[in-house]
Design a protein around this ligand. Structure first.
Ligand code: UD1
Ligand code: CA
Length: 466
């Protein structure tokens, strides 16, 4: 029987941020969400989250997750004080309590599982996760006797210079037998460098207390400042890249590529340098992405080619080509085998199959059929200053170079629009539309103009100096 408590009330002053520390994102998820995700296999009986600083933002971020109990801590008097807030909630509870620091986001579920199992098999009062670090600065040091039983934890700030040489650190992850912890919690004092009630001080009263070293010390990295957040991001990225390389994805210059953990890729995809895949992005087999792409919350079908492009909240079907220098904003649906080319911006626009928007266009709130060819420089005038209006273009139609399509507008199927036209009225199927002033040619115009101006007809006008 295990309940879980996550300590997430702290201010996180060293982050120097308006955002509560546990809400800082790391690889596509906030720190607190990561901690929650490590609970996967444990199926805890209860999950309590201690909130304080920015409590409302923390609770609203986690609103979609059922079964969480929020416990308020105020004022914030330290990690021991945070756990004391659980006493009324857990009155009468006889099982174990897994306590996790909300700012330790890289734990693997298997590590937590092993911690709980060892704790329960040994019947300990407390079992805590430890690691030996080359640079243990900032962490509490764990002191053990000759039989590897924990005698106590001393915070970095409270250590003597000799004690700081101990490389064994407290990860901030503990499994307690709750009734025994509840018994000693009221004894905590705050006579230390930070004048706080330290949870770590309970170790002196709990026996047996065991320490379990984690195999990969990167797992216990605590996030107190931006440098540690950046270090953690590097750990996440190297885990993610390794995972995709093993799964059959080619990464060219992996160090220059970032992929959120929430992204899903299929085998035989090639990702070129300086490509960043974010959020709920999915990419299907055979697609070739980058160099230089930002793809966020988007679905890229099989065999697509995306080059130097920004794609957000959009979908590409099979075999489409996007870029270089294209921007697909939210709500774009590109059909099979389309081409979205250089300097093209699309917003809330759908393209049927084999439709091309190859050069210098903006299409907003538009739906295009199949085999449409959009001439270079075609722009939808979709906004009248108050409202957005739709544009529809039927199958096999062809807009001309530099067309302005003033919405709301419906262009039928098999329509051709002349270059330079501004189209303000709907066009029926199967027509040619020309909406521009006729060209006028006036022969011998320059001599007559000069004569009218009083200059000699034969005078060659002087070039203005450049
Ligand atoms: C803590 C441990 C330290 C350990 C390190 C591991 C203590 C006293 N020290 O130090 O031994 O090596 O974590 O990363 O526990 N929190 C609250 N309420 C509070 C104070 C903090 O909920 O009043 C939460 C914070 O939001 C954070 C966690 O507790 O998620 C740890 O607090 P933090 O101040 O970061 O402790 P450290 O100094 O890192
Ligand atoms: Ca910390």
């Amino acid at each position: 029987m295990v309940a879980v408590a996550i300590l997430a009330a702290g201010k996180g002053s060293r982050m120097k941020s308006d955002l509560p520390k546990v809400l800082h994102p790391l690889g596509g998820m906030t720190l607190i969400e990561r901690v929650l995700n490590t609970l996967g296999g444990l199926s805890p009986e209860r999950t309590l989250i201690i909130v304080g600083h920015g409590a409302e933002r923390v609770t609203s971020t986690l609103a979609g997750r059922p079964g969480l109990e929020f416990v308020h801590q105020a004022p914030l008097l330290g990690t021991g004080h945070a756990v004391q807030q659980l006493m009324p909630r857990l009155e009468g509870y006889r099982g174990d309590l897994l306590v996790l620091n909300g700012d330790v986001p890289l734990l693997r579920p298997a590590t937590l599982h092993a911690l709980v199992t060892q704790h329960q098999q040994a019947g300990n009062a407390v079992t805590l996760l430890t690691a030996c670090l080359a640079d243990a600065t900032g962490y509490g040091r764990v002191f053990c006797d000759a039989h590897n039983r924990v005698e106590g934890i001393i915070e970095h700030r409270d250590c003597t210079p000799e004690q700081r040489h101990n490389p064994r650190v407290n990860a901030g992850i503990y499994c307690f037998h709750w009734p025994r912890l509840a018994e000693v919690l009221p004894r905590l004092q705050s006579q230390n460098q930070q004048q706080e009630y330290y949870l770590t001080d309970v170790m002196q009263w709990l026996r047996p207390a065991a320490a379990v070293d984690v195999a990969d010390s990167a797992e216990i990295l605590g996030i107190n400042d931006r440098k540690q957040l950046a270090d953690a991001a590097e750990v996440v990225q190297s885990r993610v890249r390794e995972g995709w390389l093993t799964a059959g994805v080619t990464l060219i210059d992996p160090a220059s590529i970032t992929i959120d953990e929430t992204v899903h890729l299929e085998p035989d995809i090639v990702i070129e340098p300086q490509t960043h895949l974010r959020g709920q992005t999915q990419i299907q087999r055979g697609s070739h992405i980058g160099p230089g792409c930002w793809i966020e919350d988007s679905h890229i079908g099989p065999d697509c080619r995306v080059l130097y492009a920004v794609v957000s909240q959009s979908r590409l079907a099979r075999g489409s080509r996007v870029g270089p220098y294209a921007h697909l904003r939210e709500g774009v649906e590109v059909g099979d085998n389309c081409r979205v080319g250089n300097f093209v911006e699309l917003k809330k626009t759908s393209l049927g199959s084999h439709t091309n928007v190859a050069h210098l266009s903006y299409l907003g709130d538009a739906s295009l059929g199949s085999q449409v060819n959009v001439g270079g420089g075609t722009i939808t005038a979709n906004y009248d200053g108050h409202q957005k209006h739709p544009t529809r273009i039927g199958d096999r139609s062809k807009t001309g170079v530099n067309n302005t399509l003033v919405a709301p507008l419906t262009v039928g199927c098999d329509v051709t629009i002349a270059a330079g036209s501004t189209i303000t009225e709907d066009l029926p199927d199967d027509c040619l539309a020309i909406a521009r002033s006729r060209q006028v040619i006036k022969s011998g115009w320059r001599p007559r103009y000069l004569a009218a101006d009083g200059a000699s007809v034969n005078t060659v006008p002087t070039q203005p100096s450049l």
